[in-house]
Design a protein around this ligand. Structure first.
Ligand code: NAD
Length: 421
């Protein structure tokens, strides 16, 4: 970097699907126009330098459609796409592939010493998480995960009330997130076999509960339904009901039920329907992350092409009062926040203090992989319970004691148990 010129960060993107289009694309396009600015670093020029996908076709289409909104980038596809992306000289890598393909790409990127941001769920097994965390520490790189719902202003308010002791001791609660059939039948049809909507979206709420209320995860139970996305006796799930039990320092417990589906009718006005309720010793928090007051009807266009109840806070396209077109919301903000963390590590002070800056950013528990252990444990437990059920042994329960390094799947009836870690 020469004196007076802005710091520069080159981003790499692995996976260019729906979530890229909703959050990463608007982030990179705005960064292309305006850079990223902070007081400590000044201006950082941030580019999307390279992408890696299976076929390269979405990247080609995007390059053609986005001329002027983004600088040309390298487009790698095929089996060695991630290796070539890493060799192309990026500074950070965002992994937005299907959830059972995060680990490989993230591991390669960390081995190459790149900062990594992974879409939720970070990985599906604790041993994978611990390996990535150790690699990040060894290579002095950031390894982070995106849970954009933690940046939702409503969830920030909930956490503020809990942190300030206004809402005291959570006792129980429920969360539900319902996705339309078009997700399981169209958007994700290529990789959906053997997958379930719990891992895909309940994880948002597992993180919200874990991050907001703290405590120690003790028990995971789950059940679900099959027969629409795949055969009724197969490994692919239509809907999943997950229960988590946490214990807090005073010995008291709380139970949380999280219901998810990706087979809700496409004309369901909610489109993506999200609701939470948490009950405390002295209060109740009722949240509907989608219904925040807007209900739109346009003849012939809602609820399919345009949504009836819109979550403009997550991500929306706007005509700003000053005439500019923009796309913004907490889904985009969370990506920008990660890039600021990278910029601060690389350009926020003397090179000799870089290690301290990496450690400071790694202590941020909202996104650091090292703080994702209970969430990944819950995901691994859920996956194990559903796999057992699909093999004809339903109603398993997982007992978790991460302090003691134990996680066991207990089978209903037989009393037999199987270690998961
Ligand atoms: N934060 C959110 O609310 C949110 C919403 C949707 C998806 N996601 C997460 O984002 C991730 C991707 O979801 P999506 O909806 O964008 O999926 P998608 O199916 O729309 O896109 C997947 C992309 O990954 C690419 N890909 C698949 N396998 C690959 C491989 N081995 N190497 C390189 N590229 C590969 C595909 O070519 C495609 O570009 C998932 O982990 C999902 O959980 C998060």
């Amino acid at each position: 970097m020469s004196e007076g010129s802005p710091a520069a960060l080159r981003g790499g993107m692995v996976g260019l699907g729906m979530i890229f289009d909703e959050t990463y694309r608007p982030f990179f396009e705005r960064a292309h126009r305006e850079g990223v600015w902070s007081r400590e670093v000044g201006e950082t020029a941030v580019s999307l330098a390279a992408v890696a996908t299976r076929t390269g076709s979405r990247a080609r289409d995007y390059l053609a459609a986005a001329r002027g909104r983004i600088a040309p980038f390298q487009n790698f596809s095929g089996a060695d796409a991630v290796d070539r992306l890493l060799e192309s000289g990026v500074d950070f890598v965002c992994v937005a592939t299907p959830d059972d393909r995060h680990y490989e790409a993230a591991k390669k990127a960390l081995q190459a010493g790149k900062h990594v941001l992974i879409e939720k769920p970070s990985v599906l097994r604790l041993d994978q998480l611990d390996e990535l965390t150790a690699l990040a520490r060894e290579r002095q790189a950031l390894a982070k995960v995106v849970y954009h719902k933690l940046l939702d202003p409503d969830h920030k308010k909930l956490r503020t009330l809990v942190a300030d002791g206004v809402l005291r001791h959570v006792n129980n609660g429920y969360c539900s997130l319902l996705e339309p059939k078009s997700i399981s039948g169209g958007q994700f049809a290529e990789w959906i076999r053997g997958r379930n909507p719990g891992t895909y979206v309940a994880v948002h709420y597992i993180k919200l509960i874990d991050f907001t209320f703290g405590g120690r995860l003790k028990t995971v139970a789950a059940t679900g339904q099959r027969g629409l996305v795949g055969p009724a006796d197969g490994p692919t799930w239509d809907s999943v009901q997950l229960r988590l039990i946490y214990e807090y320092e005073d010995g008291r417990e709380a139970a949380f039920d999280i219901h998810t589906s990706w087979v809700t009718p496409d004309n369901f006005p909610g489109y993506v329907e999200q609701e939470v309720q948490f009950r405390f010793d002295n209060g109740v928090w009722n949240g509907h992350s989608r219904k925040r007051g807007v209900e739109l009807t346009v003849e012939g266009r809602t609820p399919n092409e345009l949504k009836t109840t819109i979550n403009t806070h997550y991500n929306g396209q706007f005509l700003e009062p000053w005439g500019e077109r923009s796309q913004r919301g907490y889904g985009v903000e969370v990506i920008e926040r990660f890039v600021r963390e990278v910029a601060w590590v690389e350009c926020g002070g003397p090179p000799g203090e870089r290690g301290e800056r990496v450690r400071a950013m790694s202590r941020l528990t909202y996104n650091d992989l090292s703080a994702d252990r209970q969430v990944v444990a819950a995901v691994q437990a859920l996956e194990a319970i559903l796999a057992e059920a699909a093999s004809g042994r339903p109603d398993g329960i997982v007992r978790v004691d991460l302090d003691q390094g134990r996680m066991e799947l207990q089978h209903a009836g037989s009393g037999a148990s199987q270690p998961l870690i």
